[in-house]
Design a protein. Structure first.
Length: 334
């Protein structure tokens, strides 16, 4: 019974020390290096690091949590009454007043390339519930300087803002950017502003600023193009004019990064007919949603999504008029 022996010995050593110092003194004791730094939160209020790994053939996939914001449920879906939206949320035990907009990026190590899909909200000023991706990358042991390719599914702020560090420089100093050509064409032409819903117009200036330090390192790709060996673009227009998802395959092991094909699947997967406020062309977005979810359901293929509940991977099942998200099983073994 080695465990009992160890714990008894541990207790025998710890008890007199605690008695001699007194417990408050032990709690106050801090290494000198930590002096002047902000006090860490009490251990009981800290969450586990937000990264999760699984294998896809010989590839390693890591999902990286960027936090969550809340916003009113009222107004989030444009074509359904509030009570109907709340009913769908309640079916998944989600609150009906505040919608939890949750963010998680996907990173794939193919062995030849380290590919990050979308970059999160980026550095924030002061305490924030978002912009956690850098810390979670560090916790996962991933140096941003090692990322070779960053794939942007589309140019909404929650996907491109993390391209910059707090000083406005490249957060990923050695990365090539891969962007959907239709998305690039649209948001780099301010002549399109008048055709753009008012709330999305800041994306023109924002995208210009986020891409500026990467000039000369941006590759535009079209439908079906190979990003790197094993990763292909699939056009999924509607959410934005060039929104694109990605098929990732190592031999017969396949998955799809669905990006913003749906918002939270508990709501927008169950109800693909819900038109959410972030969809640029809601009718096209719905058609794309149904087409892609039909495919991954039929193929029983693993998926990740940017607004999926952490750790943001699992499967899609066709159910009733919509689709049900089945989270992948958590495993201690990668
Ligand atoms: Zn998004």
């Amino acid at each position: 019974m080695a465990i009992r022996f160890l714990s008894r010995r541990g207790a025998a050593i710890a008890a007199p020390t605690a008695l001699a110092l007194g417990l408050p003194a032990l709690l106050r004791a801090r290494p000198a290096a930590a002096q002047g730094a902000a006090a860490p939160p009490p251990a009981s209020s800290a969450q586990a690091p937000g990264f999760y790994r699984f294998k896809l053939g010989t590839f390693t996939v890591t999902t990286l949590h960027d936090g969550a914001r809340t916003m009113p449920v009222q107004g989030f879906v444009r074509n359904a009454p509030l009570e109907e939206v709340q009913r769908e949320l309640a079916a998944s035990f989600l609150p009906g007043d505040q919608y939890r907009n949750i963010y998680t990026a996907t990173l794939v190590d193919t062995g030849r390339a380290l590919v990050l899909f979308d970059t999160g909200n980026g550095p924030q000023q002061g305490p924030s519930p978002v912009g956690l991706m850098r810390a979670n990358m560090a916790a996962a042991g991933i140096d941003p300087a090692r990322v070779t390719v960053i794939v942007l599914s589309h140019f909404h702020g929650d996907h491109v803002n993390g391209l910059l560090d707090a000083e406005g420089g490249r957060a990923f100093p050695n990365a090539e950017l891969v962007v959907p050509e239709a998305e690039w064409r649209f948001w780099t032409d301010t002549g399109n502003e008048t055709r753009t819903p008012e709330r999305q117009r800041p994306n023109f200036a924002n995208a210009a600023r986020r891409f500026a330090p990467y000039q000369g390192r941006i590759r535009q790709i079209g439908d079906g193009a190979e990003v790197v060996l094993g990763i292909r673009a699939v056009s999924a227009f509607g959410h934005t004019p060039g929104h694109t998802v990605f098929r990732i395959a190592d031999g017969s092991a396949q998955m799809t990064y669905l990006a913003d094909t749906t918002h939270r699947p508990e709501m927008n997967g169950r109800r693909p007919d819900f038109h959410i406020i972030f969809d640029f062309d809601p009718v096209a977005a719905e058609a794309t949603r149904r087409r892609l979810l039909d495919q991954v359901a039929a193929d029983r293929m693993r998926v990740t999504g940017f607004h999926y509940p952490f750790p943001s991977n699992g499967y899609i099942v066709k159910e009733g008029q919509g689709y049900r998200f089945v989270p992948g099983e958590w495993s201690a073994e990668v």
